[in-house]
Ligand binder design. Sequence first.
Ligand code: GLY
Length: 351
Amino acid sequence: MNNISRRLFFRSGAGLGVGAFLLGGFKSVRSQTGGSIPVIITDHGNETGKTAATTAFQILAKGGSALDAVEKGTNIIEVDPEDVSVGYGGLPNADGVVQLDSSIMDGKTYSAGAVACLENIKTPCSVARLVMEKTDHVLLVGQGALKFAKSFGFKEEDLMTDKSRRFWLRWRENLNKDDDWGPPDHLKKRDEKTAGLYDGIDHYTGTTNVLAVDSNGDIAGITSTSGLAWKIPGRVGDSPIIGAGLYVDNEVGAAGATGRGEDVIKSCASYFIVGQMRAGRSPQQACEDALQMIVDRYKKVNPNFFPGEKFVALNKNGEYGCSAMSGRDNPDMVVVNKSGMMIHKGSVLIK
Ligand code: GLY
């Protein structure tokens, strides 16, 4: 990361003013204003994210619940084999085993459910929902979570795709050059089949957040992920930790996190964002506040270190926001409400 012992800027996206600030103090951050309900958002700005949000919005448009909408939307992202950060096709742990984390929260009943290190089930958010609705527990992990899922009829399936397996083998090859796990770079045949195969191999984290407010004003959210690629087996990130990767409060709104989970857990970022909104900050401002809060803590230890979080938030009025710690481009977020589907460009803390 660049040396950032200089001015930091939130580089704001479409529809947003430029909010410049110095480390430790905002000068100004302009917010997206005006919202409507029902509304659904996802941080997944790709085609699958658009399909997920527009499909799930149909539930909201017919008067359905935010809970049903976020589950439907997340399921579409989870089963996408091309997505290496969530569900089926997600990048595995160091042993080549895909271990999924997910949480769900219902702002109306103040209930939550989550699973961690869940193997062989493509749609962990649906298992998390069952934890929330069928038990008085909040978090099930590993074999216990799998047994629980199977007891409700979920089928075990291989979550590795050819693509995720090749990425993992490539990582292993780099881990120990003496092992015969694939051809060295200079011998690798680049052809149509392998073009772009290793692009994005350094994309170590990735997650989806899907948040919604329904026409009754009830709010729900889901966070789902395959977690940090090549993680130590058993590692749990922020996504299934209520308050870290997800938080929902019907009186205020919802927030979700992506990026390096360890930083998000230590900062209780989603809870913090909802707290900021409760105190009057807009969703956009609240996401930026959370990034600044994390930077402020790290800068005491290492002024040049900046983690890689992205936050999304939605308030009870249907206003939304999104901000990322760093990146060349402003982060995308899909928003669907009565005006249709749009890509909201969030802000970036570090240029
Ligand atoms: N945010 C996903 C993870 O770190 O596991």
